[in-house]
Ligand binder design. Structure first.
Ligand code: PK2
Length: 376
């Protein structure tokens, strides 16, 4: 994988570039739609490509390992073949999902013991077997096995957890660098910075991750309930230490405003469940601001969902019709809202990229953040 720089914003740390992987190129800054069990919920691959214009999507190691399982995925020839997505895929390492999904889990030096949320069977994720699992899934970019510390978290726990994550990282590197890809194309391992909200730990973790000299780096342990200002402070601190010539991936972020503010701090890659999860609850991000489509006020508004955004669903369907579908709990409602929100997120990062290329990102960002927060 290579990262080529195209432009840097004169009035911020925002940059625009191109990431080249075995399954194609990615224009950065980029938003990566989250697929859980091998699908972006309620969205067809064709819609992801043609309407959303997604360039890279996420797969979920924890889910895919439990169901359909590695045998099916290997027989299919990997996730790209299984779900038909022939562009880049990134998989998270599963540690975070164990914490957020499996009620019962225990962290030991070896790894994390947990029970499947599907059938209660017990499992152990280790740095080594999580590397092997991600080799079998076949994602172009895979993440190191880490612990995402909760917020708030006391200093002692954060320090011990960070040091264990660094030991796990070395085990990931040793395993990854001595195993081959299974399907004939190269994969890339990203390490993840931890350190909770403690400046000295964040500096130490960023320096450790930078020293591994991998093709890309991730920032973890944020977007876990901390105030936005804290997220920005930690991100800026870490971005100033991570090498500028490698892509920076801020995990699990975020709202449209979070994304623009973090692009200004030097982040290139984002993922978040917000656009799809909120869509299913009727919360739409639009070029005019945020709409709760279930609200009475849209009952007889026959204007397009978002005429400015363009794209099929946002111009073909009206607000009144989508509101009706949501109230009737019609599946089509979730599909329309999901495609709309994802299209909005890809549009937003695309606009940011154009502004960075034009050298006008900073002023555009400041007024866009205000507009995006407007509740219509
Ligand atoms: C929402 N906030 C947040 N997410 C974080 C995530 C998950 C990022 N999203 C991955 C997708 C989730 C759905 C299924 C497909 C993978 C984090 N992941 C890791 N490994 N480490 C973090 O510190 C880490 C930190 C995170 N903070």
């Amino acid at each position: 994988m290579t990262f080529e720089f195209l432009a840097k914003d004169p009035a911020s740390k925002a940059r625009a570039g191109v990431l080249t992987t075995a399954h194609g190129t990615i224009q950065t800054p980029i938003f990566m739609p989250v697929g859980t069990a091998g699908t972006v919920k309620a969205v067809h691959q064709r819609e992801l490509k043609e309407d959303v214009k997604a360039q890279i999507i996420l797969g979920n190691t924890y889910h895919l390992y439990l169901r359909p399982g590695l045998n099916v995925l290997e027989k299919a020839g990997g996730l790209h073949k299984f779900n038909g997505w022939d562009r880049p895929i990134l998989t998270d390492s599963g540690g975070y999902q164990v914490f957020s999904l499996s009620g019962t889990r225990k962290i030991v030096e070896e790894g994390v013991k947990f029970r499947s949320h599907i059938d209660g069977s017990s499992h152990l994720f280790t740095p080594e077997n999580v590397m092997d699992t991600q080799r079998t899934i076949g994602a172009d970019i895979i993440m190191a096995f880490d612990e995402c510390t909760p917020y708030p978290c006391d200093y002692k726990y954060a320090k011990n957890s960070m040091e264990r994550t660094h030991r796990w990282l070395q085990r990931c590197i040793d395993r990854f660098d001595t195993t081959d890809p299974k399907y004939g194309y190269e994969q890339t391992l990203f390490p993840i910075v931890q350190g909770s909200t403690y400046k000295d730990l964040r500096i130490q973790s960023a320096e450790t991750i930078a020293s591994k000299n991998r093709p890309g780096n991730a920032i973890g342990g944020l977007s876990v309930g901390e105030p936005a200002e804290m997220m920005y402070e930690m991100t800026e601190l870490v971005c100033d230490i991570l090498p500028a010539d490698k892509p920076r991936y801020l995990m699990g972020v975020g709202t449209p405003a979070n994304i623009l503010e973090n692009i200004a701090l030097g982040v290139d890659m984002f993922d978040c469940v917000l656009p799809t999860r909120n869509a299913r609850n009727g919360m739409l991000f639009t070029t005019q601001g945020i709409i709760n489509i279930r609200n009475e006020r849209w009952k007889e508004d026959f204007s397009p969902i978002d005429a400015e955004l363009g794209g099929y669903v946002s111009t073909f369907y009206s607000k009144a019709y989508l509101r009706h579908l949501m109230h009737a709990t019609e599946m089509l409602g979730a599909q329309i809202a999901s495609v709309h929100n994802l299209t909005f997120y890809l549009w937003l990062v695309g606009q940011a990229r154009e502004q960075i290329m034009a050298g006008t990102f900073r002023a555009w960002k400041d007024q866009m953040v205000k507009k995006l927060m407007t509740r219509l």
